[in-house]
Design a protein around this ligand. Structure first.
Ligand code: SAM
Length: 205
């Protein structure tokens, strides 16, 4: 996967490549999807949701510029795969999911495979997770309509938000927002397609 799908598309952060090679993606999908786990595509995980494409996971992790000592919030736990990758790149990972069944499945998987620095919350990710803030990085794995207001106050100085935002829920631009001297600056990281973020800064159910 690294040589075929990630390195040729610009993933060169050694820690990200190592993390991607260590997490067994097939263990985060259903039995009937396991043979497809190392294709570079999103796969269905139920409830009309998907486990993100490996390239997208690696790209977001690389954009987050993680060194290993960070407190990270992931919005959209889904299968738990992204949280598992992040757990190898940061010190603590909080991940928030609106669908309780996903929390249950991801908790069981992450525990079974020993990703002990991941904490899963069931809540509306539009609000962030105040109780574990501040974060060095917030990664949003669903497409928003605008940047959720609460995130800024949950970010440390120099913190980053990696988030896909679009005017329609069918396609988004990935942005990296960086908090410097109290101001958020934004960088366009290209076009992506995510399932919609549901709620106040996203889309109706
Ligand atoms: N990171 C996941 C993985 O590795 O499997 C992929 C996540 S999937 C592309 C997007 C997830 O965002 C879905 O599980 C969906 O239920 C969740 N989601 C959508 N809106 C949400 C919200 N307001 N709060 C929390 N989770 C939300």
């Amino acid at each position: 996967m690294l040589a075929q799908h990630l390195q040729p598309r610009g993933i060169d952060d050694r820690r990200v490549l190592d993390a991607m090679s260590q997490v067994p993606r097939e263990k985060f999908v259903s039995l009937d999807q396991q043979s497809l786990a190392y294709n570079d595509c999103a796969l269905p995980i139920g409830y009309n949701q998907t486990i993100s494409q490996p390239f997208t996971v690696a790209y977001m992790c690389q954009a987050a510029q993680l060194k290993g000592d960070e407190n990270v919030l992931e919005v959209g736990t889904g299968s738990g795969y992204g949280a598992a990758v992040l757990s190898l790149l940061a010190s603590e990972v909080h991940t928030v999911e609106r669908i309780p069944e996903f929390k249950k499945q991801a908790t069981e998987r992450l525990h079974r495979f020993g990703y002990s620095n991941v904490h899963i919350h069931t809540a509306d990710g539009n609000q962030g997770v105040q109780e574990a803030a501040p974060y060095d990085v917030i990664i949003v794995t669903a497409g928003a309509a605008s940047l959720p207001e609460p995130y800024r106050n949950q970010l440390k100085p120099d913190g980053r938000i990696i988030i896909p935002i679009g005017t329609e829920h069918t396609g988004q631009t990935m942005y990296r927002f960086t908090l410097k001297n109290g101001e958020l600056s934004e960088e366009n990281l290209g076009a992506f397609t995510f399932v919609p973020l549901i709620g106040e800064y996203g889309w109706p159910v």
